[in-house]
Design a protein around this ligand. Structure first.
Ligand code: LLP
Length: 437
C-alpha cells in the first residue's frame, strides 16, 4: 500500500500488465478488462467511471476457498462490505455463498437488500449505536463482534428488552504489529479496537452469565493490506491460547472469527501467499474444533476494479503534469495513505511510446490531489484515457462530492458484457436534498 512498505523498483507498463491477467491490450481496441474494451465503456458512459469485473471477484473468491480446502479447513467467508458496498457486488458474493461483515446499519441493510440473509451477517465495529443494534436484533442478525465491556452491557440490555438473544463473539486485541500502514493497523494495544487479552477471560465469563447474550467465541482483526502470514501466525496463536484458557475455565467456545486484512500486490509484488496463509490458519487454529469465519474485503475486490479517467490536459510547469478528470474525491487512497496505484493508458499505441516522468493529478484544489508522482508514462494528449488500477476496494466507498463534483458512474463487467450499475450523478442531484432558507 504506502510506498514506505514497498521497496522494489517501480514496475513499468509491461510489468503491470503481466501481473494482471484480467487485462490485455488489443491492437485495435486498446486496453481490455475481462475481455471488454475500456474505450467502449468510456464511449458509452463517459469518465470518470468505476469498472468492476465479476469474473475477477469470482476467481479470487474461488482461490481463497481452494487455499482453505487444500488444508481441509471449513472457513465461512463473510465479505467485508466496507471495501465496496455496491449492491451488484454484494450480489456477486451472495451468489458465491458468502455472508457479510458489516459495520453500520447502512451496510447491514445494503447486505440484506442484496439478498444476504441476516443470519449470515456479522456486525463489527467499535461504536455500534443503540438504534443500530436494535435494528440488527429485530432482523435476526447472525453475530455481534463485541469490542468492549460497555458494548456488551448495552447489548445485553437491548436484547433483553427486545426479548431476543444476541449471538456474541468478543473481539480480542492481540497487540500484534501487522506491519502495515499506521492508518490501517488495528491490532496494537494502542489502537481503539477490541478488548485487551488480559481482560477477555473475565469479560467472557461475565458474558456467559448475562441475559440476552449467547457468547460463542472470539474474533480478531489485526489490520489491512497485510502481505506476510507472520503477524497472522502470532495473532492466531494468541487466539488459540485464549480459547484454551477459556475452556480451562469451563467456558464454551465454538466460533473463531479470523478477521480480514489479506494484502494484494499494488505494484507487481505478489500479494499474500494464500497457501502459506491457509497453512498458518491450519497450524494455529485448525485443531481447535471451532467454526472458523473470515472477513476479507480488499483481497476479494481490490484488483477486480479500476477507475477509468480521461486526460483533461497536460501541463508543463517545470515538470510534466497530467491532469485527469478524476480526482481525490473519487479515489482518496493516494492522498490519504500515500498509496501507490498502477496507471495504464488505454490506447494501444501508448504502450509503445517513450515513457517519461509525470505527476498525475486531478482538478481538485489541493496539492494532495495527486495520484502519482514522477510516474513513467507516455505522452498523453487531451482525451486520452487511463485506468487507475486495483481501485475496487476502498475506492468508490470512500469517494465524496468535494468541489461539487458529481459521483462517477459504475459499470460491472460480467461474461464479456458490461452493465451500468450506477448512473453518473447529475449536477442538479448535488443540491437536490438541500433546503434553501
Ligand atoms: N474486518 C474488520 C473488523 C475490519 O475493520 C476490516 C477493515 C475488514 C474486516 C476488512 O479488511 P480487508 O480484508 O479489506 O483488509 N481504507 C483503507 C482500509 C481500511 C480497512 C478497515 N477495516 C484503505 O484504503 O487501505
Amino acid at each position: 500500500m504506502a510506498d514506505a512498505v514497498f521497496t522494489g523498483p517501480e514496475p513499468d507498463l509491461a510489468d503491470l500488465l503481466a501481473a494482471r491477467p484480467a487485462f490485455a491490450v488489443h491492437a485495435q481496441d486498446g486496453l481490455c478488462f475481462e475481455g471488454v474494451p475500456l474505450n467502449a465503456i468510456a464511449d458509452q458512459y463517459g469518465t470518470p467511471v468505476w469498472v468492476y469485473g465479476a469474473g475477477s471477484m469470482q476467481a479470487r473468491y474461488a482461490a481463497l476457498q481452494a487455499a482453505f480446502k487444500a488444508q481441509s479447513l471449513d472457513v465461512h467467508i463473510h465479505y467485508a462490505v466496507k471495501a465496496n458496498d455496491h449492491l451488484a457486488i454484494l450480489s456477486v458474493f451472495r451468489q458465491l455463498g458468502a455472508g457479510a461483515d458489516v459495520v453500520s446499519q447502512g451496510e447491514f441493510l445494503r447486505a440484506q437488500r442484496a439478498g444476504i440473509a441476516p443470519q449470515n451477517i456479522v456486525y463489527s465495529g467499535v461504536g455500534k449505536a443503540a438504534t443500530e443494534i436494535e435494528a440488527a436484533l429485530a432482523q435476526g442478525i447472525g453475530q455481534f463482534n463485541v469490542e468492549s465491556a460497555e458494548e456488551l452491557e448495552m447489548l445485553s440490555t437491548l436484547a433483553t428488552h427486545a426479548g431476543s438473544t444476541a449471538s456474541v463473539v468478543l473481539r480480542m486485541n492481540p497487540d500484534v504489529d501487522a506491519g502495515t500502514h499506521a492508518k490501517i493497523t488495528t491490532g496494537l494495544a494502542e489502537n481503539k479496537f477490541g478488548i485487551a487479552a488480559a481482560d477477555i477471560p473475565e469479560l467472557y465469563a461475565r458474558a456467559a452469565n448475562l441475559p440476552g447474550i449467547s457468547v460463542r467465541g472470539l474474533a480478531l482483526h489485526i489490520g489491512s493490506q497485510i502481505l506476510s502470514p507472520e503477524p497472522y501466525a502470532t495473532a492466531y496463536a494468541k487466539a488459540a491460547d485464549m480459547v484454551r484458557t477459556l475452556r480451562g475455565q469451563g467456558l464454551e467456545v465454538t466460533v473463531l472469527d479470523l478477521g480480514g486484512g489479506i494484502g494484494i500486490g499494488y505494484h507487481d509484488e505478489p500479494g499474500m501467499n494464500l497457501a502459506a496463509f491457509a497453512a498458518v490458519v491450519k497450524r494455529e487454529v485448525g485443531g481447535l474444533g471451532v467454526q472458523l469465519l473470515m472477513e476479507p474485503g480488499r483481497y476479494l475486490v481490490g484488483p477486480a476494479g479500476l477507475l477509468l479517467a480521461s486526460v483533461v490536459l497536460q501541463k508543463q510547469a517545470g515538470k510534466r503534469f497530467v491532469v485527469l478528470d478524476a480526482a481525490m474525491n473519487e479515489l482518496m487512497r493516494p492522498a490519504l495513505y500515500e498509496a501507490w496505484h498502477g496507471i495504464l493508458p488505454v490506447g494501444a499505441h501508448l504502450f509503445h511510446g517513450a515513457a517519461t516522468p509525470a505527476d498525475v493529478v486531478g482538478p481538485v484544489c489541493e496539492s494532495a490531489d495527486c495520484f502519482a508522482k514522477d510516474r513513467a508514462l507516455p505522452d498523453l494528449s487531451p482525451g486520452a484515457r487511463v485506468a487507475l488500477l486495483d481501485a475496487g476496494a476502498y475506492g468508490a466507498v470512500m469517494s465524496s462530492s468535494y468541489n461539487a463534483r458529481p459521483r462517477a458512474a459504475s459499470v460491472l463487467v460480467a461474461n464479456g458484457q458490461f452493465h451500468l450499475i450506477t448512473p453518473r450523478q447529475r449536477l442538479e442531484d448535488l443540491w437536490a436534498d438541500e433546503i434553501l432558507i
